[in-house]
Ligand binder design. Structure first.
Ligand SMILES: Cc1cc2nc3c(=O)[nH]c(=O)nc-3n(C[C@H](O)[C@H](O)[C@H](O)COP(=O)(O)OP(=O)(O)OC[C@H]3O[C@@H](n4cnc5c(N)ncnc54)[C@H](O)[C@@H]3O)c2cc1C
Length: 599
């Protein structure tokens, strides 16, 4: 059975040593995040996720959720009790606003917790996972009345939030959605329609569920300009604000799916359910994007978490399982065989996983710090710069993080050979669970389009240029001892600049050329972003070693992993650049009927 230990030492390195979170102590909420407090929170979060949540992972996979004839859903054994402990310990409130009962800590710490929780049990994480985004959407677009009614109990975790966008005929293209919202005399709306793939649409963890639903009012224009957002609770509230009458929304069925069996993916039927408008009519997509952007960072955390858990188990296995003889020095001349970990090809997989997980963790947390700074930095200029940066990085964190997260679970499964393929060792579950992160919250192809087609194009490449210049400058400023990564990264970033220019130029001639190169550009941006993280981590590690501070083995491992990243991952930048600028001709030339085998 797989075992998970939250990587608390590495998180403390990133938050306290790499970012120096205390330097932001003058900003609201950061004053509480002293290094001691960060250490205490990270260690306790690690214990909670490793000891309480991780043992539920296989139970959830085996049992799945049960739908009852009355439309109620039972979650797997242990989920309810674990959720009670989650609320009692206040984990859900960590980064939420103090004015509604949250702890008001930096978002960075919430992101740390999300990685641990996803790694421990992805299916469990998804129940509370969308509540943060629901709170943000209502906070930023809801009326005072909506905030007062729904936020305190969403923040406390007494109720959970969901998002209901997808319909049978409408996934990526939300402009097609048909769910109707008819105005009622009391100012509320009657919501009618069918939503599918509705995560946590029904569950037995909380006394009420607060759905954020996209729907169209009667006179709404067609397409995305006619979509509004509504709060639709499972139970309507009585005069005291307690859940009372059942609202007109029911779970019709739950999906049988490849992974995350412990999470109920529902078909939800809204039959004249009472709902309240969030923000302005026809501006629902903007409000929903507040939730979706938060959720996309969470999905990056899911990719990372799955990869980390799979890596821990594969590394342990590689140390124990004896097969073959080392090509170089044998570990134990008397033994019949050496452990797998002596083989360079097994090391290749493990080092790649290590370079991804540690680099991705730094990127996720750096991105989360930008979320904090976008709201809390002192000057408008700093807030705008942080907002632009995280807007550019969000599709990278989601798309690249979940792609590489999934690939890492497959690589770690490979280390167990045939034992990785059979259920007993649990490696198959990492692969099955991680796969969905590439699909939901906007499939990764759509993330790439968001990056290249929107974020790059909308300002003529200005934010991308600033990001690449930041990397170039840090490479140029790096001392000689960091040349092993600064030099190749400095060269690789030119490929980023060239790819961005080519996409902008080609895209102006032919929109398909932009679409054709967007995925490679996302991979290139992710590769460079992790390169920047590795340069920074190498610098911090070298400084610590020079100062004789802390555990040298930890910092030496950072330097070696940075070298591995420079040797094995940065060379890919050349290929991504060529793919990004190749254009669409060969991609689009063959008629659809030929591809479908019909002609
Ligand atoms: C387990 C699970 C849980 C989910 N939870 C939720 C939830 O809680 N709430 C919710 O509302 N939805 C949820 N979803 C739905 C999910 O967000 C959608 O499945 C996803 O956005 C893709 O939509 P689709 O499945 O309709 O695929 P489609 O939109 O049909 O897309 C299929 C493929 O075509 C590509 N594609 C589509 N359009 C374009 C384009 N214009 N350019 C380039 N490529 C394109 C996509 O990248 C994708 O690879 C969930 C899905 C799953 C599987």
């Amino acid at each position: 059975m797989p075992e998970y230990r939250a990587p608390t030492r590495d998180v403390r390195f990133v938050v306290n040593e790499l970012f120096g979170l205390e330097e932001y102590g003058h900003l609201p909420g950061f004053d509480m995040a002293t290094p001691d407090m960060v250490d205490a929170i990270v260690e306790e979060a690690g214990r909670f996720c490793s000891d309480i949540i991780a043992p539920l992972n296989q139970v959830g996979d085996r049992e799945g959720c049960t739908l009852h004839p009355d439309g109620s859903v039972t979650t797997p054994t242990g989920f309810k009790d674990a959720y009670r402990q989650y609320c009692e310990s206040g984990w859900g409130t960590l980064g939420l606003p103090a004015e509604f009962g949250g702890q008001g800590m930096p978002h960075v710490l919430h992101a740390v917790f999300e990685e641990f929780l996803s790694a421990a049990c992805h299916a469990f994480m998804m129940y509370p996972g969308l509540t943060h985004g629901s709170v943000s959407a209502i906070m930023s677009h809801g009326s005072d009345e909506l905030k007062a009614t729904w936020l305190p109990r969403l923040v406390s975790g007494e109720w959970l939030g969901t998002m209901a966008l997808t319909e049978p005929h409408c996934g990526t293209d939300l402009g097609l959605l048909r769910t109707r919202a008819e105005p009622l005399a009391d100012g509320s709306y009657a919501i009618t329609g069918e939503k599918i793939f509705h995560s946590g649409g029904e569950q037995d963890l909380t006394g009420n569920i607060v759905h954020l639903v996209l729907a169209r009012t009667p006179e709404a224009p067609a397409g995305t300009r006619g979509i509004s957002l509504f709060v639709v609770p499972k139970f309507l509230l009585d005069a005291d604000g307690s859940p009372a009458e059942r609202n007109g929304v029911r779970c019709g069925s739950i999906e049988h799916k490849m992974g995350i069996h412990g999470n109920a993916t529902c078909v939800s039927n809204f039959e004249g359910a009472k709902g309240w408008l969030v923000g302005e009519e026809n501006k629902g997509l903007a409000a929903m994007f507040v939730m979706m952007n938060a959720a996309r960072l969470s999905v990056g955390a899911q990719g990372l978490g799955q990869a980390e858990n799979a890596m821990q188990n594969a590394a342990r296995y590689a140390c124990e399982r004896q097969q073959g003889r080392a090509m170089g020095q044998r570990q134990d001349a008397g033994a019949a065989a050496d452990p797998l970990i002596v083989h360079p090809d097994v090391r290749r997989l493990l080092m790649d996983a290590r370079a991804f997980t540690e680099g991705m963790r730094a990127l996720l947390l750096w991105g989360s710090l930008q979320v904090d700074l976008a709201h809390k930095a002192e000057s408008a200029e700093e807030r705008e710069a942080a907002d632009a940066l995280i807007s550019f990085l969000t599709p990278v964190i989601k798309g690249f993080g979940s792609d590489r997260g999934f690939q890492t679970t497959v690589d770690m499964q490979q280390i167990l050979g045939g034992h990785g393929y059979i259920a007993e060792y649990g490696m198959d579950q990492f692969v099955r669970d991680a796969r969905v992160a590439m699909i939901y919250e906007g499939a990764n192809g759509v993330q790439a389009l968001d990056l290249a087609g929107r974020k790059l194009v909308r300002d003529g490449g200005a934010v991308a240029k600033r990001f690449f210049a930041l990397i170039s400058n840090e490479c140029a400023a790096a001392g000689k001892e960091l040349g092993f990564i600064a030099d190749p990264l400095g060269k690789a970033v030119h490929h980023g600049e060239a790819a961005a220019e080519a996409l902008l130029a080609n895209g102006a001639q032919d929109p398909d050329a932009l679409g054709a190169g967007s995925y490679a550009f996302m991979e290139l941006a992710g590769t460079l972003a992790l390169g920047l993280m590795w340069l920074r981590m190498a610098r911090t590690a070298a400084d610590k070693l020079a100062a004789g501070e802390g555990d040298p083995a930890f910092y030496e491992a950072k330097l070696v992993t940075a070298r591995f990243y420079a040797e094995q991952r940065l060379p890919l930048a050349t290929a991504y650049r060529h793919r990004a600028k190749a254009g669409a001709e060969a991609m689009m030339a063959i008629p659809a009927a030929v591809l479908a085998g019909e002609a």
